[in-house]
Design a protein around this ligand. Sequence first.
Ligand code: PBG
Length: 336
Amino acid sequence: MSDWPKYDMDFLNGRRQRRLRRTGWMRDLVRETTLTPADFILPMFVIDGQNERTPIKSMPGVDRLSVDLAVKAAKEAAAAGIPALALFPNTPEHLRNENGSEAYNPDNLMCRALRAIKDAVPEIGLIADVALDEYSSDGQDGLVRNGEILNDETVAAMVRSALVQAEAGADIIAPSDMMDGRVAAIRLELDEAGYDHVAIMAYSAKFASAFYGPFREAVGSGQHLLGDKKTYQMDFANSDEALREVAQDIDEGADMVMVKPGMPYLDIVRRVRDSFNVPVYVYQVSGEYSMIRFASEAGAIDGEAAMMESLWAFKRAGAKGILTYFALEAARKLGA
Ligand code: PBG
């Protein structure tokens, strides 16, 4: 190769971009964004029982945990420097009904997990998902009548759900249902009940996505779900609409907003970040996690490198934080 003739590069006038990439220390010196354990939120699936851990077939490496094991995992997350957890219950089958009424049972699995973790690991923040799919026999995020997803009735149920979660120790209420007006209603009733310190992280730009598949196995809603969620979750062809959703949620009182899924929606993360002055979060959802895991297991990609690259991409796009099933692994790799 050394006897290959050199191309005459006079036209560069000495301008060479590779100068800043020559060495590790130089790349460290010029890196534009950072990634630390404090950027991560760890989603966790909880189940009934004691010392129970059940694998999720479509999400290798992620297990559902009984409350006692969730407490242990919360300790590990805190030790790794992760600031917050996002909890999701896999509600026992016999407690699911068409009203999703288990959602506002003050002693439901979610509330028991919130109480136990708050008690044992007070230094970690607790984010409670509010939506009916984790409790209803329809697998839809809202109440269903004659095949239609009811908005205002669903909001009333969600408010009750948020209140029991706040009472159980949730620090952040995260409505993931995409009903209209739920942020304002939850804010109003939280304040009314004395929970004005509880924050709202709105799933504001949540798209009707194929990437939620493994999550629906994890919480046990997939087997119930008939049809899709396109009358409330966003059309993936749209971007301006995401800004309207975010604007309305902020107007209704959201403290933080979220874009979901993550990797196929980095353009939305960037637009939201540039347009609004609230912290923006992004959810690297179950299907994104599984793609990287399965591709890695098949030997197609270096899973750890792809994990870090994907997480960094969210920061570059402007996210303040990332909900990711890789949180613990990535935090440990980065060092607390
Ligand atoms: C339910 C909810 C979903 C996710 C978070 N909350 C699934 C859905 O909307 O169908 C998806 C998370 C993931 O895929 O990791 N309201």
